[in-house]
Design a protein around this ligand. Sequence first.
Ligand SMILES: [Zn+2]
Length: 385
Amino acid sequence: MSLLGHYAVDYLIRPLPKYHRGSRVGAGAAILVVFYLLITIVITTYLRLLYNVSRDPGLLPRASPPTKEETATEPSDRRHRRNGCRPTPQQTEKSTSSDEDVEGGLGHNAEGGAFPLDTSGLEKFYTKDVFVCQDDGRPLYCSTCCNYKPDRAHHCREVDRCVRKMDHFCPWVGGVVSETSFKFFIQFVFYILIFCAFSLIICATFTAEIKRETGGANVHLAIGIGLSSLFGLFGLGMTLSSVQLAMLNLTTIENLNRRSAVWTLAIRVPSHMLSRLNPESRWAPTFRTITYPLPPAPLNPEAAGEYQPPGEQHVFAILQTLPGENPFDLGSSFRNLQQVLGYSVLDWFLPLKQSPCAERKNTESFFELGPVVSRLKKEAGLNPA
Ligand SMILES: [Zn+2]
């Protein structure tokens, strides 16, 4: 692509004798300035993307697998459900291939019944007001990492870890594009597109002019047109698809079955309504509930039913969206884009600040929630005080 700079000098600023033209310093200088400006921003966004992918990819910690003693004291029914945390190669393959069910809260959780022996690590879920859960109200669980998964986390087989709001594994940067790097990925492919479009226009203009004046063609410019078109089309496709996903507030993985996905959510029952859940109350709730903290394991099912957790109770309604609804869609494409790109024009175009959705300032849920959740609350009668 330095071809363009070379021609700006040899053709416009100090034209070679074969072109039979006068010097056009202004046009040549302008092309050189724009060219180096664009190449600088392409390289900068690529380096920013590379930095975030390698230094802060949003990997979730792996927990230690249970000891032999723990496994031995585990009730057989629970051992069966848990799927094991020390996976054999076959089990690893099974858990990975079933990730589409468990991951992303996409509904039916065929493998979603898996859960660990102890209940540690649940505090960061039940201290929120809403989180994605399995059908029984427990958070989604990764049996490979032996850990609960925050909303929208996905197990990536390439890095063998769960990744927060994973989008895809990108061979171009050798890592996972996720909530910490999706913004810079969009910026990178967008600037690739702009750079290629600029190169294509200039190469095509030079070619047309040379052909008109000399009747010949320039093989280097023809190669420039070919390369600019090829990479430009790649940039265009990637930019359009990435921006569309950001506008819908979806990841590439969530987009795979977005039209049929059903999200199961645990939504906190407001404290002033807890007394109404009493069986003697006249209110008949339309939903199942789960109360945290959960009883410590191992505990037989009868004892678990009578278990009264010490201290504050956190009661959640277990509700499901309709197929194709996205609880993270904020109801406006612009607001969804802001969650990824930022709140100012500078944020949108410069690879400096982190995405707002990766800052995790929202204490009520892992990600900001949209009108779908408001509607579910209203329909279930979970009115705020
Ligand atoms: Zn995992």
